[in-house]
Design a binder for this molecule. Structure first.
Ligand SMILES: Cc1ncc(COP(=O)(O)O)c(C=O)c1O
Length: 409
């Protein structure tokens, strides 16, 4: 397939972008929450739901064999995409949240005892906070927090104060879903390893906006969701280094994750099936393989330049708005902006924008501690994808101006 190197070719892949919302052409700027799906993903889902459907790994019949092939083929596509050493290190989950929970349960059971410590960041998504609070509570471990500065950047100087021999794992986001800041994960991984701690990277946003090479990063775990990467909801990945995952027991028990079962005792299947109990979302996983194929079909240079152009147009336009406060004003950001406008409530603004056909996110964005850090109850977030256009930014800026005018009356 020829590389997608212009905006029309990219948009043609996304039927959802052609719809009207509230009588207006849809402008979809909530990509940080979930992305629209390309034709290849939709066709794979349709083809399997309407015919090629047989439970994987278990039966000898043709439909089962075809589905197993598509499922395991998708695992190989993901392995190649993030440059993992082996498909044994690629576990299918239902999303980032499930991947983090898997590690918070299985890693903690294997490696964390009373008196040990875990580090997370105050800017993290709830799905990287709550599982570790629960795990630390169970294990009697201490939860330590990496703080951020006023622009939302990690306070790397503070790391030395909290990173000592007690810390068994550091679990942090690659890219903040609120601020869009690309965090210095490589440096953090090196420092954590030097202190004897493993590292889990929450890559829910990172997988979409950077070229992830898990071997170069040298992270121990990398978690992401399919639906933000143009794939189906209910799909996700946990990458984990084989040496660590071999030592971790399963979190959930059931079919397909076993080697032998007696009524007294069970031995577990080897990686990665040990962590995939029960019938997985094999249709979704196969379609996630197609999403990876779509990303691979993008001309990387075109995509990077296009997104940079959109981001600078967006930021220039936003900065002109009177009374605006943009959060995470730092270098090295993905095309995303979160803000508040004086005298206007974030939820009211998002609601009025929706009436004008513009979909943005408002509220806490599952980052309540970060909202407290900035002393706000929420923000408005505009998060872009490769299929957005400069004209859509114009529509947003005009709609914002109208909405603010109406709300300030
Ligand atoms: C940085 C980050 N981490 C974790 C998540 C949770 O992802 P999911 O709800 O797909 O499990 C999100 C979703 O918004 C996110 O942006």
């Amino acid at each position: 397939m020829a590389l997608l190197n212009n905006i029309k070719a990219v948009r043609d892949q996304f039927p959802a972008l052609g719809q009207k919302v509230n009588g207006r052409d849809l402008v979809y700027f909530d990509n940080g929450a979930t992305a629209q799906k390309p034709l290849s993903v939709i066709s794979r889902l349709n083809e399997m739901n309407s015919g090629i459907n047989g439970n994987i790994h278990r039966a000898v019949h043709d439909l089962s064999a075809k589905c197993t092939m598509l499922y395991e083929g998708a695992r190989e596509s993901v392995r190649e995409f993030i440059n993992a050493e082996s498909t044994e290190e690629i576990v299918f989950t239902s999303g980032t949240t499930a991947s983090v929970n898997l590690v918070a349960n299985s890693f903690t059971a294997a490696f964390i005892s009373k008196g040990d410590a875990v580090i997370i960041c105050e800017a993290d998504h709830h799905s990287n906070i709550v599982p570790w609070q629960m795990a630390c509570q169970r294990a009697g471990a201490e939860l330590r927090i990496l703080p951020v500065d006023d622009s939302g950047c990690w306070k790397m100087g503070e790391l030395d104060k909290i990173l000592d021999g007690k810390v068994k794992i550091v679990s942090v986001a690659h890219i903040s879903n609120v601020l869009g800041i690309i965090n210095p994960v490589k440096e953090l991984i090196e420092r954590a390893h030097a202190a004897g701690a493993a590292v889990l990277i929450d890559g829910a946003q990172g997988i979409v906006h950077s070229q992830v090479d898990v071997q170069k990063l040298d992270c121990d775990f990398y978690a992401f969701s399919g639906h933000k990467l143009y794939g189906p909801t209910g799909t996700g990945i946990l990458y984990g280094k084989r040496a660590l995952m071999d030592k971790m027991g399963p979190w959930m028990g059931g079919g397909d994750m076993v080697e032998t079962v007696t009524l007294q005792k069970t031995t577990y299947a080897p990686l990665p099936l040990k962590f995939e109990a029960g019938t997985p979302n094999f249709i979704g996983a196969a379609a996630l393989g197609e999403a990876v194929g779509f990303v691979n079909s993008l001309d990387r240079q075109f995509a990077a330049e296009h997104e940079e152009l959109l981001m600078s147009k967006l930021m220039n336009g936003l900065r002109e708005i009177e009374g605006i406060k943009i959060y995470g004003d730092a270098a090295g950001k993905i095309p995303l902006a979160s803000f508040n406008i004086e005298g206007v409530h974030h939820a009211d603004l998002a609601m009025l924008l929706d009436k004008m056909g513009v979909a943005v996110r408002s509220g806490m964005m599952c980052c309540e501690p970060l909202m407290s850090r900035f002393g706000v109850t929420g923000m408005v977030r505009v998060s872009l994808a490769v299929y957005n256009t400069a004209e859509e930014i114009d529509v947003l800026l005009k709609s914002l101006s109208r909405a603010v005018g109406m709300l300030r009356q």
